[in-house]
Design a protein around this ligand. Structure first.
Ligand SMILES: *[C@@H]1O[C@H](CO)[C@@H](O)[C@H](O)[C@H]1NC(C)=O
Ligand SMILES: *[C@@H]1O[C@H](CO)[C@@H](O)[C@H](O)[C@H]1NC(C)=O
Ligand SMILES: *[C@@H]1O[C@H](CO)[C@@H](O)[C@H](O)[C@H]1NC(C)=O
Ligand SMILES: *[C@@H]1O[C@H](CO)[C@@H](O)[C@H](O)[C@H]1NC(C)=O
Ligand SMILES: *[C@@H]1O[C@H](CO)[C@@H](O)[C@H](O)[C@H]1NC(C)=O
Ligand SMILES: *[C@@H]1O[C@H](CO)[C@@H](O)[C@H](O)[C@H]1NC(C)=O
Length: 441
């Protein structure tokens, strides 16, 4: 199975590229039972529409106790969650190994001073195996990301530092042949491990790819750059060559590169909106049309992205900015004829959450909202992030890594976590899940 490709990709790529459009995707081979696919602007499962509310939980494979993993899936199931997004990466460097072994930290790869060593053991990929197996048991699908734009849990900066050495810019990740080969080695290991599993919802090339990150941007990182679109296209083709059936997506934040970017007033100055002017390297309208990008993703944190919104002298509110961002993506996904996933979104503060999530979720899932644009897309939504109470490992208290910790049995909370005890917020998502699940028939 490892090296086979039962699907003749080049024919499809040529046809789709010629039309510049997604409708050719109907020529894909029919997937095995239980695999989610993209048909037009809808996700489909076994011939029926698959609309869903999902959950983000990067910390699930970091748990050391299987009964806590089970308890978390039970809570998700009860909330009507159908798709879980988690990290399919976790890399450490050699100098972190001793501490990782001591603290029982999950890691999938360690750099041994000359190459990555895959950890398939009980403290490594066995933990991810358990999460996938448990997902299967609870009939929840998993969206797995292959690496991270940010340093967290061993993202792309680690590849750059170790393979190319220090002093490089962030974006060489997308062009350095040795780094691309190393990324692909890891991707192959993960895809081969789970490609037969219907519990995989889709593969995600990277969490929040940008041409800049925790390392500085290089001179090629400018609006309209080919860096990211080219990498998305090549890596999605690569993943397709390994796995003919599972969907593939970018995992991007959904930045646009518009000729006339959105502008807003702040403190007497007209500002060009970063999310619409291409400065981060993505071009959502274009990236979503690539033949092996099966659906679009976007993220939404206007409160932290734009501290200047909701201040005197700004002509935007956080809530209104979010609604426009949702509309812009639905419009673009409709044009491309592909489904759309609002893959991460969040605000801090309980009353902010209650107000904003009510209005954003309504807009993201409203298929009848007719004006100013017809919203035909059945979007999936995934708030950041799922919270679980009552975790028992280490007595309910454990420092994981960075600032992540279990505190009194509560899963890591970066200010965005949503717990069952926050009833008003919790209900927004369980009610939305009921609506979505009733559409999946
Ligand atoms: C390796 O990990 C240590 C400990 O987290 C960190 O201080 C160091 O910067 C890392 N080295 C590289 C090259 O990433
Ligand atoms: C790293 O691992 C490879 C493959 O197992 C081995 O050949 C090499 O000697 C190791 N290097 C170090 C410094 O441990
Ligand atoms: C804010 O002002 C700019 C420039 O006049 C305008 O293009 C934009 O539509 C305004 N935004 C809102 C939400 O009114
Ligand atoms: C707003 O503009 C004034 C005048 O240019 C400046 O003094 C002030 O620092 C600015 N405020 C902010 C929050 O940028
Ligand atoms: C709620 O949102 C407002 C506006 O963005 C922000 O200033 C405030 O800090 C938020 N509240 C909390 C508790 O985070
Ligand atoms: C819910 O549980 C969390 C985590 O234990 C706690 O911080 C919070 O105070 C509890 N109550 C509410 C209303 O959020």
């Amino acid at each position: 199975m490892r090296w086979q490709c039962s699907w003749i990709a080049p024919i499809f790529i040529t046809a789709a590229a010629a039309l510049g459009h997604a409708e050719q995707r109907l020529h894909k081979p029919s997937p095995p039972p239980g695999f989610v696919t993209a048909r037009g602007t809808k996700f489909e499962l076994d011939g029926k529409p698959f609309a869903f509310v999902g959950a983000n939980s990067y910390w699930l494979p970091l748990l050391t106790s299987q009964s806590d993993v089970e308890a978390t899936f039970k809570t998700m199931k009860n909330a009507g969650v159908k798709v879980l997004r988690t990290w399919g990466f976790n890399a450490i460097n050699g100098s972190e190994l001793a501490e990782a072994l001591k603290s029982d930290l999950t890691y999938y790869q360690v750099w041994n001073s000359s190459e990555w060593i895959l950890n398939e053991g009980p403290q490594g990929l066995k933990r991810l195996d358990n999460v996938i197996k448990t997902a299967e048991k609870y009939d929840i699908k998993v969206l797995l990301a292959f690496t991270n734009n940010w340093v967290g849990y061993g993202g792309m900066e680690l590849y750059i530092n170790w393979i190319a050495g220090s002093g490089h810019s962030h974006d060489i990740f997308y062009t350095d042949k040795r780094i691309i080969a190393s990324y692909q080695n890891y991707v192959r290991a993960i895809v081969d491990r789970y490609k037969e599993s219907p519990a995989i919802f889709a593969w995600e090339l990277m969490n929040e790819a940008r041409c800049l990150g925790d390392l500085p941007a290089g001179p090629a990182c400018i609006a309209g750059t080919e860096l990211l679109p080219k990498w998305y296209r090549e890596q999605s083709d690569f993943v397709r060559s390994l796995d003919p059936h599972h969907m593939i997506t970018t995992g991007g934040e959904g930045h646009f590169f518009w000729k006339n970017p959105v502008k807003y007033w702040f403190n007497g100055t007209l500002v060009s909106d970063y999310n619409f002017n291409g400065a981060a390297g993505e071009d959502f309208d274009r990236d979503i049309t690539f033949p092996n990008i099966d659906f679009g993703t976007y993220h939404m944190y206007p409160q932290t992205w734009y501290p200047e919104l909701d201040t005197p002298g700004s002509n935007f509110s956080v809530e209104a900015w979010g609604l426009d961002w949702i509309d812009a993506h639905i419009k673009s996904a409709n044009k491309a004829g592909k489904p759309l996933l609002l893959e991460e979104f969040g605000v801090t503060g309980l009353s902010n959450k209650t107000t904003m999530y009510t209005s954003w979720v309504k807009r993201a899932l409203d298929t009848k909202h007719a004006s100013p644009i017809p919203l035909r897309t059945f979007s999936g939504i995934m708030p950041w992030q799922f919270g679980q109470l009552g975790l028992k490992e280490s007595g309910g208290n454990r420092l994981i890594k960075y600032a992540d910790a279990l505190i009194n049995g509560a899963s890591p909370n970066d200010g965005f976590a949503i717990f069952t005890n926050q009833t008003a917020v919790w209900d927004i998502f369980t009610n939305a899940a009921k609506v979505q699940n009733s559409r999946s028939k």
